[in-house]
Ligand binder design. Structure first.
Ligand code: BTN
Length: 291
């Protein structure tokens, strides 16, 4: 089958899927302007922008499954069923940046998790360009001070032990009104609008983010994980802090974070001096190091 035919089959499938979902194209996201200003080789060259969707990650996974081009983006002005990590809901009203990036790296599924740390680096660097001191809390919450400004949900699919695609879902509380989210979320969150005391230009932030992401993704594809880990460490708020880690099945670990290893696992010095490797969990910083 020629490429031309496969492209048109894909487009038909995609059109059918979008029609079935009954979602509308975004009117307030100027896709051609974003694309025109982008200095990337492939990330963001194809953008699907919608008014309101259940979750950009769900749509991105469908598009990834039919083989859309590397770096395709799905963005929405709001999400009804935004997905957070560990099965949590992600509140996504109007005023935030909710987007998913689709990539198909030729890399082993075991190494895929490092893209999550890489995405954290890209988001943090893009936000810092606006002049705020954003930092990363392990594994990939982006904070300003002790308040969350952004979260990342990476979903990967493998076929026959080979990685098929990765969808990197990124949510940033940019111009959101904190009164439009629940009280429970609001106490732990901040927005760029609140930090900078002005509405930010979301187009600039999206451009910065996609360019930073492509830089870091190039390292990832070339298996240059050292560079990703180096940048992650330098932007981390977790290293050198005393943390409480909530692990799956309710297990709690406490200790000082001495670093992360080359697989992105946290190295914790427990109260009894034992060094413990933590692969997954949710960290809560209780004391920020002065070092
Ligand atoms: C977290 O729990 O911190 C991760 C939140 C990830 C939210 C983003 S918003 C865009 C993408 N679509 C989703 O449904 N979730 C991610």
């Amino acid at each position: 089958m020629s490429t031309g035919e496969s492209v048109s089959i894909n487009e038909k499938k995609i059109d059918g899927y979008i029609k079935k979902l009954g979602i509308e194209k975004a009117v307030n996201i100027n896709v051609s302007k974003i694309r025109g200003e982008l200095k990337t080789k492939y990330i963001g060259h194809k953008i699907y922008a919608f008014q309101e969707v259940d979750s950009t990650n769900i749509i991105a996974k469908f598009l990834a499954g039919v083989g859309v081009e590397e770096g395709t983006i799905v963005i929405a002005r709001s999400q009804i069923k935004g997905k957070g990590r560990r099965g949590k809901k992600w509140e996504s009203p109007l005023g935030g940046i909710w987007l998913s990036i689709i990539v198909h790296p030729e890399i082993s599924p075991q190494q895929a998790s490092l893209i999550t740390l890489g995405a954290g680096v890209a988001v943090t660097k893009a936000i810092r360009k606006l002049g705020v001191d954003a930092r990363i809390k392990w594994p990939n919450d982006i904070l300003i001070g002790d308040k969350k400004i952004s979260g990342i949900l990476t979903e990967a699919n493998s076929k026959f032990h080979t990685l098929d695609y990765i969808v990197v879902g990124i949510g940033i509380d940019s111009n959101l009104d904190l009164n439009s989210i629940s009280k429970k979320t609001k106490i732990r969150a901040t927005t760029l609008k609140d930090e900078l005391k002005r509405n930010i230009d979301e187009r600039i932030l999206i451009k910065n983010l996609l360019e930073e992401f492509e830089n870091i993704y190039e390292h990832f594809k070339n298996e240059d994980f050292e560079e990703i880990l180096y940048e992650w460490r330098s932007l981390s708020q977790t290293i050198g802090s005393y943390v409480v880690i909530e692990q799956p099945f309710g297990k709690i670990l406490k200790g000082y974070v001495v670093g992360i290893n080359n697989q992105g696992s946290l190295i914790l010095e427990l109260d009894n001096g034992e060094l413990k490797k933590v692969i997954s969990g949710e960290s809560h910083i209780t004391e920020i190091s002065k070092i």
